[in-house]
Design a protein around this ligand. Structure first.
Ligand code: ZN
Length: 258
């Protein structure tokens, strides 16, 4: 009993520390910066951040959300990402236990999580995560027992074909890019990790979520009609739900046709 409690706390602390690193990735990957060098610095005054100003969540509170050297506001995204990463690691631990499945699902849910923020803030889905993640998803599929490697390959291929088709359809009919190349690489990753059926459900549910949120933003918050949130963020939200509830959603979907 005590051991389980200790493990839970350890996993959450581990998540907070990784969340701090994810903040670095969210800032640096879209800017094509080296992720290791230089050390963390204030983006406003460029002053290096000493380690004791870089403790997840605690430093943000202690510094009252401002850089110690120039007083610039630290975006609230920093502590939010740290806390959410702690929760994400914890949920993976509760669902999978401490084993290989935990490792795989924590890695990929972290990738979906980081891509949510890079697409939301910078409208960029970095290749390191989409292409790198796709290669890793196909490679690791040989070791997984919840998906067959052929499914991973077919999932990635079908995802690519659907999105490349949609890309050119948009380009022809609307004369603009409805989907970006980042989205096309992202769906390969999703298909390779989840397999074809779950990937199709993720595309459908992301589209529905996109339309619903667009209606709310335009009609409740009165933004302009051409306002759009990046599609990659919707894919991330639904993919994260599928890490934990994918089996249940797929079973519910299958029961529709029984
Ligand atoms: Zn500063």
């Amino acid at each position: 009993m005590e051991i389980v409690l200790f493990e839970k706390i350890a996993v959450i602390l581990f998540g907070l520390v990784f969340g701090s690193f994810f903040n670095v990735l969210i800032y640096r990957l879209p800017r094509e910066m080296n992720i290791a060098k230089p050390r963390s610095f204030c983006p406003v005054c460029k002053h290096p951040i000493p380690w004791h100003h870089n403790i997840p969540v605690i430093s943000y509170i202690a510094l009252r959300g401002r850089c110690h050297f120039c007083g610039a506001k630290i975006p609230i995204r920093y502590p939010i990402v740290e806390i959410l990463t702690g929760i994400l690691f914890y949920l993976n631990f509760i669902k999978f236990g401490l084993n290989g499945t935990f490792f795989i699902n924590t890695v990929f849910s972290s990738v979906f999580f980081i891509l949510f923020f890079t697409d939301l803030e910078e409208r960029i889905l970095p290749d390191e995560l989409t292409i790198g993640g796709s290669i890793f998803a196909i490679g690791i599929s040989f070791l997984r027992n919840d998906i067959y490697w052929v499914e991973a390959l077919i999932g990635g291929l079908i995802g690519f074909l659907i999105f490349i088709g949609a890309y050119y359809l948009f380009l022809k009919t609307k004369k603009k890019e409805g989907l970006g190349w980042g989205d096309i690489k992202y769906i390969i990753l999703i298909g390779a990790f989840f397999g074809p059926l779950k990937m199709l459900l993720i595309i459908i549910l992301s589209s529905i979520l996109g339309v619903l949120l667009w209606l709310i933003i335009v009609f409740v918050f009165k933004k302009e009609k051409d306002y759009e949130l990046p599609f990659g963020s919707y894919l991330s939200i639904v993919s994260l739900v599928f890490v934990f509830y994918g089996e249940k959603i797929t079973a519910a979907y299958n029961s529709l046709f029984r």
